[in-house]
Design a protein around this ligand. Structure first.
Ligand code: DQA
Length: 142
């Protein structure tokens, strides 16, 4: 099974960006941890990060015929990107929305996810474990 794990804007700064909210590990460390997690041992994973909405959409388009699922932390695009929402529908890649922080216990604008109802599930608030919860959901669903 092939999975893409996508991180959106500002997630490249993990480790230095608001560590009290997002933790002190870098994105590279988080990705390595996911890759080495025992749940992932039979999965083909590909990681992608971009700060650009267009690049995220282009990446989804490019994978639409070759992957089974997507784990997506869209960063702030979660809250307003109808273009990303359309890309999830348009590519028909079953996508799980994930967040490190609990978006429902922060500023009001974070409580809205415009991608939530085009995703197959949403996991948040457990740091890097949120990504694994998404993968676990996919594996249990199969
Ligand atoms: C985030 C939450 C978003 O509101 C924020 O803009 C991010 C990270 C999270 O992982 O908790 O960039 O998606």
């Amino acid at each position: 099974m092939k999975l893409i794990i996508i991180n959106g804007p500002n997630l490249n700064l993990l480790g230095e960006r608001e560590p009290e909210i997002y933790g002190s590990e870098t994105l590279e460390q988080v990705n390595k941890w996911i890759e080495n997690h025992e749940l992932c041992k039979n999965l083909e994973l590909e990681f992608f990060q971009s700060n650009s909405e267009g690049e995220l959409i282009d990446f989804l388009h490019s994978k639409r015929k070759s992957v089974d699922y997507c784990i997506l932390n869209a960063g702030a695009l979660t809250h307003y990107s109808y273009a990303l929402r359309d890309a999830i529908i348009g590519t028909q890649i079953p996508t799980v929305e994930v967040h490190l922080s609990n978006i429902y216990k922060r500023e009001n604008f974070r409580k809205t996810s415009v991608i939530k109802n085009v995703c197959i599930a949403q996991f948040y608030g457990e740091g890097k474990q949120s990504y694994i919860n998404g993968i676990k959901y996919i594996l249990e669903k199969k």
